[in-house]
Write a protein that binds this ligand. Structure first.
Ligand code: CO
Length: 209
């Protein structure tokens, strides 16, 4: 975006476009939201949640941070999660990672990145948990891609550790999904996280109700 004023021109054109299709578009939008999904994805500018899912404003509640992490002391992600589940009553919570993730790549470097260190440490912990599998992958790009997938899986596990997810699952069958977006092809891949199995495996330790 070379010229910031272009943004406002784009906005005008967008309003016109929406009103042409439906004169009540913004009136309807202002009435409220009932999204079915909570999407937790990476902040990467190339991975825009609504575009890749083909959904419209109002259809998905979105939280994005570096490397799509669900850290239980991050007030932001935990607030989004609790609001989405308890107030918006979403039925699905999605963690969407992406191949070519700079955050995951940075966590593989022996480099002091200042304030990013504690954030990216979460990814190093994922690596440590799955060190055996990852170290057995000889191709560097394959190993990195696998870490992207395992990071999504572990963030799904982190979601399942929360009281909000556990209760909503019990009460209305809320489900957690793990996806990866392939930047090179545009394809969205369902990692087919086995929610029920993970839940039953970790509840012995993490059950909160
Ligand atoms: Co990323």
């Amino acid at each position: 975006m070379k010229n910031i004023t272009k943004v406002f021109e784009n906005n005008k054109a967008w309003i016109e476009e929406k009103l042409k299709i439906n004169p009540d578009y913004f009136k309807n939008l202002a009435e409220g939201q009932t999204p079915e999904f909570l999407y937790i994805g990476c902040s990467d500018s190339r991975v825009s949640a609504e575009d890749l899912m083909g959904v419209q404003p109002g259809e998905v509640f979105v939280h994005r941070n570096i490397a799509n992490l669900v850290n239980n002391v991050d007030l932001s992600v935990m607030s989004v999660l609790n609001y989405a589940i308890q107030h918006l009553k979403v039925q699905h919570v999605v963690v969407c990672g992406h191949y070519g993730c700079g955050g995951v790549k940075a966590a593989l470097q022996a480099q002091d990145l200042g304030i990013l260190n504690p954030w990216l440490r979460n990814i190093r912990d994922v690596y440590r948990l799955h060190k055996q599998e990852l170290n057995a992958i000889t191709n560097e790009e394959d190993r990195y891609n696998r870490l992207v997938e395992l990071n999504v899986q572990e963030q799904c596990v982190n979601l399942i550790k929360t009281a909000a997810v556990q209760l909503a699952n019990k009460e209305r069958g809320l489900i957690v999904h793990g996806w990866v977006f392939d930047i090179k092809t545009g394809k969205l891949i369902d990692l087919k996280i086995n929610f029920k199995e993970i839940l039953s495996q970790i509840m012995e330790i993490y059950k909160l109700y």
